[in-house]
Design a binder for this molecule. Structure first.
Ligand code: C5P
Length: 212
């Protein structure tokens, strides 16, 4: 059983996917963390997106410890992740891991929830249920700002908003696996929903698919 959750940056996909996975006893994969790990690999070795060989090498060598590194969540890492994610070979290198996780969830779980940008369209086009989770850019920026402030990091709304808009543009306009709602995905707009209401709304969408 596979649930694909796609949507733009800071739309609440991760929070929702984690809650659903816990509720359903499914395994959860945050595919964005893989692209962030490629970016962090580059940052650690002092490289940037302009050295294509370095970018490709960084996508072949993702140590599991990198996925636990707190720097993975930095805004700079997310921004660079969005740049390296437009590379076709990087995407190919990460595809097999994601597909294998979805088809064979670890620890014998009955299903997998994978969130990202292209899960319903490219990684798991055969998913049993596809959600496209979104919210206005302004609302997403407010949430990201709150999240940063809760971590004690000073955050400026306008800067966050422009970064989110830049990432939306890069993710939606790239040639390979752009961010797009799959034809058979259900749209969940969380602009006016808190995390609890978004969870309840998603459960309501999952039930008719006989997943619960
Ligand atoms: O979801 P998150 O913001 O952590 O993802 C970081 C970046 O990784 C995104 O901006 C996007 O460019 C890329 N990504 C992707 N495909 C996915 C997941 C993430 O291109 N399935």
């Amino acid at each position: 059983m596979i649930i694909a959750i796609d949507g733009p940056a800071a739309a609440g996909k991760g929070t929702l996917a984690r809650r659903l996975a816990k509720h359903l006893n499914f395994a959860y994969l945050d595919s964005g963390s893989l692209y962030r790990a490629v970016a962090l690999n580059l940052i650690i070795s002092g490289q940037d997106e302009n050295n294509e060989d370095g970018v490709i090498a960084a996508s072949k060598n993702i140590e599991p410890s990198l996925l636990e590194d707190p720097r993975l969540r930095d805004e700079a890492t997310g921004h660079l992740a969005s740049k390296v994610a437009s590379n076709k070979i990087v995407r190919e290198n990460l595809l097999h891991f994601q597909q294998n996780f979805a088809a064979n969830p670890p620890n014998g779980e009955a299903g997998a929830i994978v969130d990202g940008r292209d899960i319903g369209t490219v990684v798991c086009p055969e998913a049993d249920l596809k959600l496209f989770v979104t919210a206005t850019a302004d609302e997403r920026a407010k949430r990201r700002q709150l999240e940063l402030e809760q971590k004690g990091i000073a955050a400026n709304h306008e800067n966050i908003l422009s970064d989110i808009q830049a990432r939306d543009k890069m993710d939606s306009e790239r040639a390979t696996s752009p961010l797009v709602q799959a034809e058979d995905a259900i749209l969940l707009d969380t602009t006016n929903l808190n995390a609890e209401k978004a969870f309840q709304a998603a459960l309501g969408l999952i039930k008719p698919a006989n997943l619960v």
